[in-house]
Design a protein around this ligand. Structure first.
Ligand code: GLC
Length: 561
């Protein structure tokens, strides 16, 4: 199949000479000092305009709604002084790109003649199809972004409306009815060649291994609706009564009052990308970051009518409480680690420093070596007497993109990735989490899961799909050289290896033991990363700036001090 014509035309306007001037001005040390995000978020629109005018960039001519992007979003791509990032390089389409488009088009799934999504994996060689022949909501996100960036929004719109209809189905697991807002993990189109009819079956967790409902699906749905709106400028979809209702139903599941003492969302193990037991129950960073991003997205799309108003108030309060909680208690850097190491325990009352009663002896040995002097990250989970110190890629990248992380924390996360490149990226971007669970811990935490043995699959495996998130985060923080390095690694192997779902091993060298080939999100993730490097304004679809009034007074240590 021919790759469709790209609808975005790009032209480099600033020559490499202006690129090297800014490098020299920066003492050749790259861009960190110049692009302090702290200062960016403190700038007003006129300052941002000046920044946009001043810096070397690409000029865009596009036929869609670029003009409608706000300056606050444009301010994100402020980082072209890097010595290793060459604008001219990024305009050479790699031979892999056309192969990836072919594979992405082949993965489209049709319902009554209309494309409604992409199949998880197009792997006929694999003996076991399981549910990889379905359209997964989370897996479709990078496909959707690729289509949007390519000026093809129809499949995304069809997907959003189809999943919305599915949301309206009654959802039961045995005799128990799930909340109305739940979105499916995946769906499958059944073609009846005799009757010539199409029908859909969906999975809300009632067929999934482990029977867990996907908490992330609803969040991704809202995030995608915003990306669609941003990219096309078509607000009419989000304004439709059924989309407004869909958002409210999703939100009412997670904004309802209960017994919670934390603003974070309590979850079962396996309710997101890591969809089997991996010790991520409680308050996993992946869900918290997606929740935060979905709240921000909903806030920009919900109408303030009689029904929407109440949600807007709740969203505002929750965002405020969550940013404080996450930035204070999930954040870990050298100083904070040292503080926890010296924590007293059994403190009572509101004066307690060690609020969750984390016992210093529970800090794993690896983290003392892993933590660089400069850098930090959001830990995997925080709940009473339990801190999961593991580093998770998706949650940390989404924290940057959603501005759950402060500008300084965002920089520190990227510092950590650079400082621990061998561990987190190795030979294939990017580790889903670090480090792997081994031996006794693996037995206890995973329940002896043979698919999740050390450095494989969800247990420290390397997932090419995460490349798009790393790229978006790198661009937002003004450090595209990190993405460039990662894309080079992916280009050395992905096509040759048949677009595997994941890689195994401490440095991600081996194609995963049970990895599917032609895994669609590995293909789409690569394309999205490439297109964002070509045209960094694409990051605006999936990125949001910190609200000024949300800036908390931080009483914690940070790695830049
Ligand atoms: C696996 C992954 C999950 C993904 C699905 C389809 O179950 O763990 O994250 O959505 O495959 O690719």
């Amino acid at each position: 199949m021919d790759r469709p014509k790209k609808k975005v035309v790009l032209r480099a306007v600033n020559s490499m000479s202006s690129l090297s001037t800014s490098v020299k001005e920066n003492g050749g040390k790259g861009m960190r000092a110049v692009n302090s995000l702290t200062s960016i978020s403190e700038l007003d629109d006129s300052d941002l305009l000046a920044l946009l005018v001043d810096r070397p960039r690409v000029k865009l001519e596009r036929k869609n709604s670029y003009e409608e992007k706000s300056f606050s979003e444009l301010s994100l791509y402020d980082g072209w002084e890097t010595p290793t990032f060459s604008i001219s390089d990024s305009f050479d389409p790699h031979p892999m790109v056309s192969k990836a488009w072919e594979a992405l088009f082949r993965s489209q799934v049709y319902f009554r003649g209309q494309p409604v999504g992409t199949i998880a994996a197009y792997d006929h060689a694999s003996e076991e199809v399981l549910n990889y022949d379905q359209v997964f909501v989370r897996d479709f996100v990078p496909s959707a972004l690729a289509f949007l960036m390519n000026g093809e929004p129809d499949i995304v719109k069809n997907f959003l409306l189809k999943t919305l209809q599915i949301q309206g189905h009654e959802k039961k697991i045995d005799r128990f009815k799930l909340g109305d807002g739940a979105m499916p993990a995946s769906f499958k189109v059944l073609h009846n060649p005799i009757k010539k009819t199409d029908s859909i079956i969906a999975d809300f967790g009632e067929s999934a291994i482990g029977r867990v409902a996907p908490v992330d699906s609803g969040f991704w749905w809202i995030i995608l609706l915003r990306a669609y709106t941003k990219s096309t400028g078509d607000h009419s979809l989000a304004e439709r009564p059924e989309c407004q209702k869909g958002m409210r139903l999703i939100l009412s599941l997670c904004l309802s009052e209960g017994f919670d003492t934390f603003p974070t969302l309590l979850c079962a193990d396996g309710c997101s990308m890591i969809d089997r037991r991996m010790g991520v129950y409680g308050y996993p960073i992946e869900i918290q970051a997606l929740f935060f991003m979905a709240l921000q997205s909903a806030r920009s799309m919900l109408k303030e009518d009689a029904e929407g108003k109440e949600f807007m108030d709740k969203i505002q309060k929750r965002l405020h409480a969550m940013s404080f909680h996450m930035r204070s208690y999930f954040w870990l850097d050298f100083q904070q680690l040292n503080d926890i190491y010296r924590y007293k325990t059994e403190e009572y009352s509101h004066t307690a420093v060690n609020k969750f009663n984390v016992i210093p002896d529970s800090i794993p040995d690896w983290v003392f070596d892993f933590m660089p002097l400069q850098g930090g990250y959001f830990v995997g989970n925080v709940s009473p007497a339990r801190m999961d110190f593991r580093w998770f890629a998706l949650g940390n990248c989404i924290a940057i993109l959603s501005s759950l992380a402060t500008p300084e924390q965002s920089m520190a996360i990227m510092d950590l990735i650079e400082a621990r490149w061998d561990e987190l990226v190795g030979e294939m971007p990017l580790k889903i989490c670090y480090p792997a669970l081994e031996s006794h811990e693996w037995r206890i935490v995973t329940g002896c899961d043979p698919k999740n043995t050390r450095w494989s699959y969800h247990n420290g495996g390397s997932w090419p799909v995460l490349l798009w998130l790393l790229t978006a985060a790198s661009i937002k923080t003004g450090r595209p050289q990190i993405a460039r390095r990662a894309i080079d690694l992916a280009e050395a192997r992905l096509l040759k290896d048949g677009w595997p779902e994941y890689y195994d091993g401490k440095s991600g060298r081996f194609i995963g033991k049970q990895a599917r080939k032609f895994q669609t999100w590995s293909i789409a993730g690569y394309l999205v990363a490439k297109m964002m490097m070509e045209d960094p304004t694409h990051v605006g679809m999936i990125s949001m700036e910190e609200e000024k009034h949300m800036k908390p007074v931080l009483n914690r240590s940070f790695s830049w001090c």
